[in-house]
Design a protein around this ligand. Structure first.
Ligand SMILES: [Ca+2]
Ligand SMILES: [Ca+2]
Ligand SMILES: [Ca+2]
Ligand SMILES: [Ca+2]
Length: 274
């Protein structure tokens, strides 16, 4: 029992490396920048301490010089996000006007020398509008003109190098705002993301135990090191019997508050460890 506890503790500290990443902008712009024709010649967004959903948020104002501007994610969103496969990229957007709307790529997600794009079904309103985009190969992501394969989706998520979210939707002057950007992920130990850590997840881990080849969260790699070993078993043991809400594979936008609630417990755990 003592040895199991040591393993679990070690594993949990390692698991923190692949925890959910969230920007609530409640203190500053958290390292996000703007790319494209906005903010004059600056790449920095405008920071607002209040008026977000809730708390702080960032915005940018179009230069109206052609092109489309985007919110560019901070470094914290880069690297290994494979834990978010079958979970979500979520964010809240708001625009200043619903006049002269145009369509364009809404999200760029780059990694492993591939560029995935996503076209959301609706532009944001003039009040905060929540988006929750499922991170699977069947969710509507495009690699060129076609959906990525599962392998390609996993490869991109395993080494994210760029994430951009569209901020302008009006042909002509406008201001776009962003809050609560995040990669969600399943509960630690929940390999199959069904809202329970149980024998189903143990079976998944057992099936690929100590095998070669890059492994992902869906294989039971909860520690994010690409292999399945005692560290992952420790995470499984530590969370054994947990039940709750899966990081739901639903393309329907969820209320931002619900997402915060779902990730709040994990964020609290992170805070204790840093
Ligand atoms: Ca906020
Ligand atoms: Ca514009
Ligand atoms: Ca499970
Ligand atoms: Ca591992």
């Amino acid at each position: 029992m003592f040895r199991l506890l040591i393993a679990a503790t070690l594993a949990m500290s390692m698991a923190a490396m692949v925890s959910a990443v969230v920007s609530t902008f409640d203190i500053n712009d958290e390292g996000w920048t703007i790319t494209g024709d906005a903010q004059g010649s600056s790449v920095l967004p405008t920071y607002h301490a209040t008026g977000g959903n809730p708390g702080g948020y960032i915005s940018a104002t179009d230069n109206v010089q052609g092109g489309v501007w985007y919110f560019k994610a901070a470094d914290a969103f880069h690297g290994d996000r494979n834990a978010s496969y079958n979970a979500h990229l979520a964010f809240d957007l708001r625009q200043s006007s619903l006049n002269s709307q145009f369509n364009a790529v809404d999200i760029y997600l780059r990694g492993a020398e591939m560029e995935l794009t996503y076209d959301t079904p609706n532009n944001p309103g003039t009040t905060w509008t929540a988006y929750s985009i499922l991170l699977t190969e069947t969710a509507g992501w495009k690699l060129g003109a076609v959906a990525p394969t599962q392998v390609q989706m996993l490869q991109v998520l395993a080494n994210v190098t760029d994430l951009q979210i569209r901020g302008e939707f009006v042909t002509g002057a406008d201001t776009g705002s962003l809050d609560n950007a995040q990669f969600t992920h399943p509960h630690p130990g929940d390999a199959n993301n069904d809202g329970a850590v149980n024998v189903g997840d143990l079976g998944i881990v057992a099936a690929v135990w100590m095998q070669g080849g890059r492994k992902y969260w869906r294989d039971g790699d909860f520690t994010g090191d690409g292999i399945i070993n005692v560290g992952d078993l420790g995470v499984l043991a530590f969370n054994w019997g947990w039940t709750g809400s899966p990081a739901s594979p639903s393309p329907v936008p969820e209320p931002a508050g619900l997402l915060l609630l779902a990730t709040g417990g994990w964020a609290a755990l992170r805070r204790r460890r840093t």
